[in-house]
Design a protein around this ligand. Structure first.
Ligand code: ADP
Ligand code: MG
Length: 334
């Protein structure tokens, strides 16, 4: 072999080795699994910065929980406002409030983040039971998002007894913060789930299953093909209990204080925004198929409703690849 050919082959070999090493680093995967925000969190991250990001993702969720959103952590922003009736917010937190107030308004109050005292009476996290109706209407009289006034960076409650509860949107907010972190790092793709809210990060198309509301946590009714978005599901099977032969769940009708009873079993919302996917899945559950679809449309999101008669209604572009359980009927609304 001529000297130049040997040299060229050597260069090619070095380049290939370099590429393989680079590709190996670029495709490095790291994971984190932990418990925060009263739920399980898992992150699977691929890319050069995957290990660093997995650590950061955990810190983000934990500090968002204890410093901002938790109702039980003494020094969180929410606890402070609940206790003192007012508080100063940093720009990011004020942004969350502003977006959620908009969801409250646009949903006509179906989404309401002031139901804390009402949901406490149901004791979903501990020993759930149907509350005394007198106490329930008392707590309900102090709730209502209209009692929350956001002005610049200051938040104030016009009724001191109104209790803020970000339980229906906090997991989505966590996904948005993690997404911002991943965007600032060398990450190819990632899947992060905070309870029933999942971030699919990157160009890769992921397959996501929608849980069978009649089955256990590993059973699915449909597969979605999605990329670069957040998918949240609000389901009545979460935190459900039975009393006097009747089932009760944790998604409450802000007009009555009782669990929503409209024939829906779950609503899944797909959005670029974690906050919106989480808040709208709860809002659409409360609103039902017609009004919920209109709300999802207004936000340009996809909503997938499953009812007790095993109908699946889709508003928007679902990316449904397959209905994996033939006993369900699919109706695409658009
Ligand atoms: P999960 O927390 O199981 O993911 P959701 O996102 O639907 O489910 O949030 C339900 C939680 O939100 C409840 O546990 C309660 O804290 C709160 N919540 C209940 N009803 C409403 C409502 N109508 N609007 C806003 N928050 C609600
Ligand atoms: Mg929600």
């Amino acid at each position: 072999m001529k000297k130049t050919a040997v040299f060229a082959a050597l260069i090619a070999a070095v380049a290939l080795a370099g590429f393989l090493i680079y590709d190996g680093v670029a495709n490095k995967t790291a994971s984190a699994d932990f418990f925060a925000m009263n739920t399980y969190v898992t992150a699977d991250i691929t890319g050069k910065d995957s290990a660093k990001c997995a650590e950061e993702a955990q810190k983000i969720v934990e500090s968002l929980d204890t410093a901002v959103l938790s109702r039980t952590a003494e020094n969180s922003v929410i606890s402070h406002i609940n206790l003192n009736g007012a508080g100063e917010l940093d720009e990011k937190t004020a942004g969350y409030f502003s977006k959620l107030i908009e969801v409250c308004e646009k949903s006509g109050g179906a989404f309401d983040f002031t139901l804390g005292s009402v949901s406490d009476l149901w004791s979903f996290g501990s020993s759930p039971a149907v509350p005394d109706s007198e106490k329930l209407s008392q707590a309900l009289s102090h709730s209502g998002y209209e009692k929350i006034i956001l002005s610049g960076g200051r938040i104030e409650k016009s009724d001191k007894e109104a209790t803020l509860d970000f339980g229906a949107a906090g997991k989505g907010i966590a996904l948005d913060e993690i997404k911002a972190c991943l965007e600032s790092r060398r990450v190819k793709n990632a899947v992060v789930s905070v309870g029933g809210s999942v971030l699919l990060f990157g160009k890769k198309e992921f397959t996501v299953g929608i849980r069978d509301p009649f089955g256990n946590s590993g059973s699915y009714v449909a597969k979605l093909g999605v990329s670069d978005c957040c998918v949240s599901t609000s389901g009545c099977y979460e935190q459900q209990f039975e009393q006097g032969g009747k089932k009760y769940h944790h998604i409450l009708d802000p007009e009555t204080g009782y669990p929503v009873d409209n024939g829906l079993l779950s609503v899944t919302v797909i959005s670029k925004s974690g906050l919106l996917s989480d808040a709208l899945s709860t809002a659409c559950f409360v609103l039902g198929i017609e009004k919920g679809s209109a709300l999802a449309r207004e936000y340009g999101c996809t909503a997938i409703f499953i009812d007790e008669d095993k109908n699946i209604y889709v508003e928007g572009d679902s990316g449904i690849i397959e209905i994996t359980d033939g006993s369900y009927n699919l109706t695409e609304r658009t």
